[in-house]
Design a protein around this ligand. Structure first.
Ligand code: ZN
Ligand code: ZN
Length: 202
């Protein structure tokens, strides 16, 4: 079932479920906690993966007494790029844009949170055998209601922290003229190019 969640979110999004569209007579419509609602708005649809990320973020943050990160005092390492990661970003304040979210492409529901400056953290990994429900809403309800220690292995860890995000100068590309972060400039024949222009030239 873990695989099913990951695969499900990678399909073309032809069958988005939004809350107002859920059949009102369904007896299995999940009860949505108030702090999950803004995450569903952010993500755009309501799905099991998102709920899994919500629970993982909650479990991890509680364990290390972390507050939502304003700058980079909290970092998150995520081992997949499924729907769950949107909940991780929203809850922890560790985001792609801020540079304190680190993606490892391992295809695993493993989420590590850690605090600067010491790297004191927690590793939250999904246990393999918990999901039995076929029905999507029943599955969501199960993920929402199951005890977190049945859902996850939660371990205290101390990790080596990735370096802080840095701000770099921009320099214009010699071909298209667009400003480019200096560390991404490619040199050829004494001129500096952005990566797309460099690739076109060579
Ligand atoms: Zn989703
Ligand atoms: Zn260019």
């Amino acid at each position: 079932m873990i695989l099913a969640i990951l695969i499900e979110v990678k399909r073309p999004k032809t069958k988005l479920i939004n809350l107002s569209a859920i059949n009102p007579v369904s007896m299995t419509q999940p009860h949505i906690p108030p702090d999950l609602k803004p995450i569903i708005d952010f993500h755009g649809h309501f799905c099991p993966g998102l709920v899994l990320g919500y629970r993982a973020a909650k479990a991890g943050m509680e364990r290390i007494h972390a507050m939502r990160s304003e700058d980079e005092e909290l970092i998150a390492i995520v081992e997949n790029n499924s729907c769950a990661v949107d909940a991780i970003q929203y809850m922890t304040g560790c985001t792609f844009g801020k540079g304190n979210l680190f993606f490892r492409d391992y295809g695993k529901h493993v989420y590590t949170l850690a605090l600067r400056p010491l790297g004191r953290g927690v590793r939250v990994s999904l246990k393999g055998t918990v999901f039995e429900k076929e029905d999507r809403n029943e599955l969501i309800e199960q993920i929402l209601s199951i005890d977190e220690n049945e859902l996850f292995d939660i371990q205290d860890v101390t990790i080596e922290l990735p370096s802080h995000a840095r701000i770099h100068e921009s320099v214009p590309c010699s071909r298209c003229g667009e400003p480019v972060m200096e560390t991404r400039i490619k040199e050829k024949d004494g001129k500096g190019y952005c990566i797309p222009c460099f690739n076109e030239k060579s």
